[in-house]
Design a binder for this molecule. Structure first.
Ligand SMILES: Nc1nc2c(ncn2[C@@H]2O[C@@H]3COP(=O)(O)O[C@H]4[C@@H](O)[C@H](n5cnc6c(=O)[nH]c(N)nc65)O[C@@H]4COP(=O)(O)O[C@H]3[C@H]2O)c(=O)[nH]1
Length: 957
């Protein structure tokens, strides 16, 4: 570009040549006088560059021209030339005539010209170069700054030599010293993780194969500290003209933070995704713009019944998700305003249309640059239901608590203080709720027995609960009550409490005692009953045996009591039994037992009697006689003066039996014997009586089979009109012929039939047989409907059958016996019991034509009162009066009175048991002409009776 600036122009070497070079040099050149500094020569480039013309500059100095910005700089330059005789590129800053600042580099040397030391100076304008350099430097700095601020390191690998340049930053990133690296490739990348180095090689191999030249690779630098640094290398491969890799240069960036951030982001995204997917609560994302579901989790699907693919892409409106659209709009507005919603209770509809109540939380989020709503739901339907159920149950329990008839208290376990008591507690103790809350049971002295209280606490501590412990509690008025106590531990608001239930069992206990008493006592007389008697008897037998003492069992039966009961009514009967009780109790010792077995049967158990059997028997008999006399004392009841006599049977203990059953049976047997012996007597049991009792049993058993074996038949006793000895009727009388023992006495077997109840069945048979006979006699013309009646005895039990009337009418219908031919003989016993019912039955039968006769009239409590009301046709005068009437004026008087009564009531009179003409005469005298008795005929079998009847021809006449 220019000649060597060190070579000054030399006059002696051809002045023109040098001058030309001097003047045409592109750099500014001057020759100055060394000592004065004045310009001696200058070239055109100087004029060009500095603006001073040759004329202006020659003879003047650079200082005079104001070329220097810094005179110090000029001086340093001059000093350097002086010292070194030349300068080879001294950078200076000069100023042109126009004031422009120029960077220049000065070359120069000292020469001799005309004997004067001169300086030849070449001033090369470096302004542009400097500007370029500065710009370069600036851009380098900016690059460095950028790289630095980007934290980029740079590297440059010369592939053929394997040498690598790395910037200080790149070096530091590789944990190399903090300066530029110049060294082998391997050394630079020594810290790269082994596997990454392998990958790096592969990546380079791929790159080297071309055609790509850009390279990006992330690898891990293993630091000495054990940490790992992630570095991202971006580079470009430069190839030679043959395409062979020549150079590779690029940057290096520490992306550890980013990698870690990305990783944690990824982890958090995964976490969120798994939270979203795995959340037990339903979650959905819906778009604000159109309300469409963007994402739903599995719980959402299972809760609301939608498949994800069915609901995603559809709006909540389209799938009818909200139960209340107004609420939806309201909440949407609120969400838009507040950006979030917290725990709002909302009702949604499932796919099946079922309502589910949820607590909903929503907030706005951005998903793929779209504003969305993230909502999570908590299904509280069950909880609300459970809460409602709990509330209901709490209310129920509160109700139960307060309305319970039992006393219920809740106390704090630690202090024993009452927290709650109910109305039942008030009733039981007298304390009101407000008086006891905060108090303790001990404080208000609720428990009557401190030991019982301690027992309860011990049981509670031992078993954890108390169930049905009987305790005694104290009412505030001091009364003690038996209570059944149960205690359960409960927890209330984290506080250990005790729930105590106390039931007042005082009444229950009393009732139990009453029941117990009733079980062992007779309700009417409050005497021990059979069970208690047997119990005491058992004890006494053992006791007496142990002490070799004797005792006795007295069996009392009131004579004709049934009759009294029937005739005067139950209340009179009851009063009699109570009076008998009082009399019995008053006449025995405290240790003796008076018991009632039922009906009119009493038992007296006498104990602790000393002496032989004989002595005891005597003693007991005396007492029994005393009792008999006492009971026989008249009683005044309901205006009636009554006399009750007992029949008493005695069994001695242990002589007559070793068991309660045996003793009672034997006393009973003795009592029967007393009855048989005419009543109002005392009988001591004797072995022979056992036989009589056995006989009775045998009789009963025989009777049970008699009907089936056809052992019964009927005898007929004529009823006669004495005036013309005409048979006007007959009484059918039952007869029993035992297969081996022959005919049995009706007097004994009829009583057994009645006692055993067999009379109902047998009586029916009698009626049937009698009706058939009557019908036959009528059919055969042996009797006359107008002048004959057939009497049949009806026992009270038979008459009391509920369907007696219907049965009889049916029977009459069946046998075709005209009802008017039948006459039912009833006793006062039938009549008195339930008088109205009796009359009603009799009326019904009488309407059908059946007649009634009152049997045994005079023996009972024959009273005009009821006789007037009874629809009877005839009275039968009992044979006991008839028998003695001729000799006994008393009986004759009774007969007269009965006949008079009969006549005044318009009743027919039939006298029974007429055996003698005297009797008949007396009756006739009184005006009673109809009779029945041996005088005319005994009861006879049917054929014999028929024989007594007048022949048909006779009858017809
Ligand atoms: N000494 C004596 N006795 C005479 C005389 N004339 C009749 N008799 C007896 O007096 C009883 C009259 O019957 P009753 O008073 O109804 O007394 C009857 C009656 O109450 C009852 N009876 C008899 N047959 C039946 C029956 O089929 N059903 C029911 N329920 N009771 C019957 O048995 C009782 C006794 O019957 P019988 O032993 O047959 O005794 C009969 C009869 O044989 C006489 O001149 N002198």
């Amino acid at each position: 570009m220019s000649r060597d600036p060190h070579t000054p122009p030399h006059a002696s070497d051809g002045q023109d040549k040098f001058a030309k070079a001097f003047h045409t040099a592109p750099d500014a050149m001057v020759i100055t006088d060394r000592d004065s500094g004045k310009f001696l020569e200058l070239n055109a480039s100087f004029v060009d560059r500095f603006g001073w013309s040759r004329e202006e500059a020659l003879g003047r100095t650079s200082v005079q021209l104001g070329l220097w910005r810094s005179l110090d700089e000029r001086q340093r330059m001059l000093d350097k030339i002086t010292a070194e005789r030349q300068i080879d590129g001294f950078d200076v800053t000069l100023i042109t005539r126009a004031g422009e600042v120029r960077s220049a580099r000065v070359y120069g040397c000292q020469i001799e010209q005309d004997g004067r030391p001169c300086l030849v100076l070449t001033v090369r304008d470096m302004t542009r170069v400097r500007a370029q350099e500065s710009a370069l430097r600036d851009s380098q700095e900016r690059l460095d700054l950028a790289l630095d601020s980007a934290q980029l390191g740079i590297w440059d690998w010369h592939i053929p030599s394997g040498l690598l340049y790395g910037s200080a930053r790149a070096a530091v990133l590789h944990e190399l010293p903090d300066r530029d690296f110049h060294g082998p490739f391997g050394e630079f990348f020594a810290c790269v993780d082994k596997t990454d180095r392998q990958r790096m090689r592969q990546a380079y191999a791929r790159l080297a194969r071309g055609p790509e030249n850009d390279y990006q690779f992330t690898y891990r630098a293993q630091l000495d500290s054990g940490e790992v640094r992630y570095l991202e290398s971006r580079a470009r491969l430069y190839r030679d003209s043959h395409g062979k890799p020549l150079r590779m240069a690029g940057t290096l960036l520490d992306i550890t933070e980013r990698v870690l951030r990305e990783r944690s982001l990824q982890a958090s995204e995964e976490k969120f995704a798994s939270l979203f997917q795995g959340s037990p609560d339903p979650i959905c994302v819906s778009r604000v713009r159109d309300g469409e579901f963007v994402e739903v989790n599995p719980s959402f699907c299972s809760t609301f019944g939608w498949l994800a693919e069915d609901i995603i892409g559809r709006s909540s409106h389209q799938v009818t998700f909200w139960a209340d659209h107004h609420q939806r709009s309201r909440l949407f507005e609120q969400l838009m305003r507040d950006h979030s919603l917290q725990n709002v209770e909302v009702q949604f509809l499932t796919r099946e249309g079922q309502t589910i109540t949820c607590m909903v939380a929503s907030r706005l989020i951005w998903v793929d640059r779209q504003l969305c709503i993230l909502s999570s739901f908590r299904d509280v339907t069950r909880r609300l239901q459970a809460e409602a159920a709990l509330k209901a149950s709490q209310e129920k329990f509160a109700k139960a608590f307060h309305s319970s008839p039992d006393a219920i208290t809740i106390t704090e376990r630690e202090t024993g203080r009452y927290i709650e008591v109910n109305e039942g507690f008030h009733r039981l103790t007298g304390y009101r709720t407000d008086e006891v809350i905060g108090q303790t049971a001990l404080g208000i002295n609720i428990w009557a027995d401190p030991d019982e209280r301690l027992n309860m606490i011990a049981a509670l501590n031992r078993d954890g609960f108390v169930h049905h412990l009987e305790m005694r509690g104290r009412h505030r008025d001091g009364t003690i009550k038996t209570v059944d106590v149960s205690v359960e531990p409960i927890e209330l608001g984290g506080v250990n409490c005790l729930l105590l239930t106390a039931r007042d069992t005082s009444e229950l206990r009393e009732a139990e005692a009453r029941i117990q008493h009733l079980a062992y006592h007779d309700a009417l007389t409050d005497l021990p009953n059979r069970a208690l008697l047997m119990d005491r008897l058992k004890q006494q037998i053992a006791l007496l045996q142990r002490h070799s003492l004797r005792g006795a069992l007295l069996f009392l039966d009131l004579d004709h009591f049934k009759h009294i009961n029937d005739s005067l009514g139950h209340s009179v009967g009851d009063s009699i039994l109570q009076m008998v009780t009082a009399r019995l109790e008053a006449s025995v010792r405290q240790e003796d037992t008076v018991a009632r077995l039922g009906g009119d049967e009493f038992v007296v158990l006498l104990t602790g009697i000393e002496g032989s059997r004989l002595e005891t028997a005597q003693q007991v008999r005396q007492l029994a006689e005393k009792l008999r006399d006492l009971l026989a004392e008249p009683m005044l009841l309901d205006g009636h003066r009554l006399q009750i006599t007992p029949s008493i049977g005695i069994a001695l203990i242990p002589d007559d039996g070793a068991t309660p059953d045996d003793l009672l049976k034997r006393a009973d047997i003795a009592m029967y014997r007393a009855k048989d012996a005419g009543r109002n007597t005392v009988q001591l049991f004797h072995e022979s009586m056992q036989q009589a009792a056995s006989e009775r049993l045998r009789l009963e058993n025989g009777l049970r089979m008699a009907l089936a074996r056809r052992e019964f038949n009927l005898h007929y006793q004529p009823q006669v009109d004495a005036r013309d000895s005409r048979i006007v009727g007959a009484e059918a009388l039952l007869r029993w012929r035992h297969p081996t023992r022959g005919p049995q006495s009706p007097a004994s077997f009829i009583r057994v039939l009645e006692d055993s109840g067999l009379i109902v069945e047998v009586g029916q048979w009698v009626l049937e047989e009698a009706c058939r006979t009557g019908a036959r006699l009528l059919a055969e013309g042996r009797i006359d409907l107008e002048n004959f009646s057939l009497s049949v005895n009806i026992s009270p039990r038979q008459f009391r059958q509920s369907d007696f009337v219907e049965r009889l009418l049916a029977l009459l219908h069946k046998t075709r016996l005209p009802p008017s031919l039948l006459k039912l003989e009833i006793t006062e016993g039938i009549v008195i019991q339930q008088l109205d019912d009796t009359i009603a039955r009799m009326e019904r039968l009488r309407e059908a034509g059946v007649q009634f006769a009152m049997d045994d009239f005079g023996t009972g409590y024959s009273s005009l009162t009821y006789l007037k009301r009874l629809p009877v046709d005839s009275l039968k005068i009992d044979q006991s009066f008839v028998r003695d009437a001729p000799n006994d004026s008393n009986d004759a008087e009774i007969v007269r009175a009965i006949v008079a009564m009969g006549h005044s009531l318009g009743l027919e009179l039939v006298a029974e048991g007429v055996e003698t003409p005297e009797q008949l005469a007396l009756l006739a005298e009184q005006g009673c002409h109809l009779y029945q008795g041996y005088l005319f005929s005994r009861p006879v079998p049917l054929e014999d009776f028929i024989a007594l009847l007048p022949g048909r021809e006779q009858q017809a006449t």
